[in-house]
Design a protein around this ligand. Structure first.
Ligand SMILES: [Zn+2]
Length: 335
């Protein structure tokens, strides 16, 4: 299977449509039943997939419409967790911090249904499926059961591995493990990367790793240790200053070209310049193009405008690469 050169994709999350947020509120207040909630969630997924497709994104996602939060969603579905009250994370964002209070066990598929629904509702061959990685789930939870955070992380790795295998079984082609916490405790990196490897052991589809809000100097020494196919990293937010660090990377790079922390919409020329800069360090055949991170916290119109600029910027560079005979790349599942 081939993709156009510089395949465009998203990181995962996307703003929920206003009407969907209203339905969630209504559900919480008892005005709507679970059937109405699920129907609205399905409709929201279709809307997001369509939006990604219309804008011209090659590999869309379902926008994580069904997930309130990236750790909570999985903790709610793994046996052995319980929830305390909400804690503040960044800015005015709160999440219900989970606590591990017993032996963790895999109950049933967590995101297989949402993948299958998305696939039925897009004409695109490949969808990006996101899953929160074992280290971030462990890092953002209270550990009241296991002897160490390391032991907890490896237990979570087994559970995530089971889920990715189920996704592979039903035909998922591209899974992205999200690990925003990965570099936050440098002393734990050594075993954290091994836990991530455990979580993707025996998987034969494309596996990306997304790490954001991070010091990439801490990640870089592990570039070859992690058994992923691709790193999806943020660079727009850093003004593309540390892009040189990808020199010599032997995997694919998902290059973040639009900043999710500002409402200013980048123009296509800016995106094109960033891609050209990246091409001076890494072969274009190994580049995917995405926003820095999930677009969830932006107004929907801004999120869409940023994707639009991203695709237009890519098209500028594709024209140039086309002159050099580069128009397609293979869809790689291992490197
Ligand atoms: Zn991110």
């Amino acid at each position: 299977m081939n993709l156009p050169i510089l395949p465009t994709t998203v990181i995962g999350s996307y703003p929920r449509p206003k009407w969907f947020r209203e339905v969630i509120k209504g559900f919480k207040a008892g005005r709507y039943d679970v059937e109405a909630l699920n129907e609205a969630a399905d409709d929201a997924v279709v809307a997001v997939l369509r939006e990604h497709e219309i804008v011209g994104v090659d590999i869309p996602s379902d926008g994580e419409m069904r997930r309130d939060e990236m750790v909570e969603y999985f903790a709610e579905r793994i046996d052995g967790f319980k929830f305390y009250g909400p804690v503040r994370v960044w800015g005015n964002n709160f999440f219900r911090k989970p606590a591990v209070v017993g032996k963790l066990s895999y109950v049933k598929p967590m995101i297989v249904e949402e993948f299958l629904f998305a696939r039925r509702n897009t004409s695109k061959q490949i969808i990006k499926v996101t899953i929160t990685g074992p280290y971030t789930i462990a890092d953002w939870s209270f550990n009241e059961y296991y002897d160490s955070k390391e032991e907890l992380t490896f237990e979570l790795a087994k559970i995530i591995n089971t889920e990715i295998k189920k996704l592979e079984e039903v035909g998922a082609l591209f899974v992205q493990v999200d690990e925003p916490a990965l570099t936050t405790h440098p002393a734990e990196m050594e075993w954290a990367v091994q836990a991530i490897n455990k979580s993707i052991e025996g998987i034969n589809i494309k596996v990306g790793l997304h790490v954001c809000y991070s010091n990439y100097d801490i990640l870089k020494p592990y570039f070859d240790v992690l058994k992923v196919t691709q790193y999806a990293l943020e660079f727009a937010n850093r003004g593309f200053r540390d892009l040189e660090m990808v020199k010599g990377l032997t995997k694919e790079l998902g290059l973040g070209v639009v900043d999710v922390h500002t409402r200013r919409v980048e123009d296509p020329e800016e995106v094109a310049r960033a891609i050209l800069k990246a091409i001076s360090y890494i072969e274009p055949q190994y580049l995917y193009i995405n926003p820095d991170c999930g677009l969830k916290l932006l107004p929907r119109s801004v999120a869409r405008a940023k994707l639009n600029s991203m695709v237009k910027g890519v098209n500028i560079v594709r024209k140039e690469l086309g002159k050099r005979g580069l128009s397609e790349i293979p869809f790689r599942t291992n490197i």
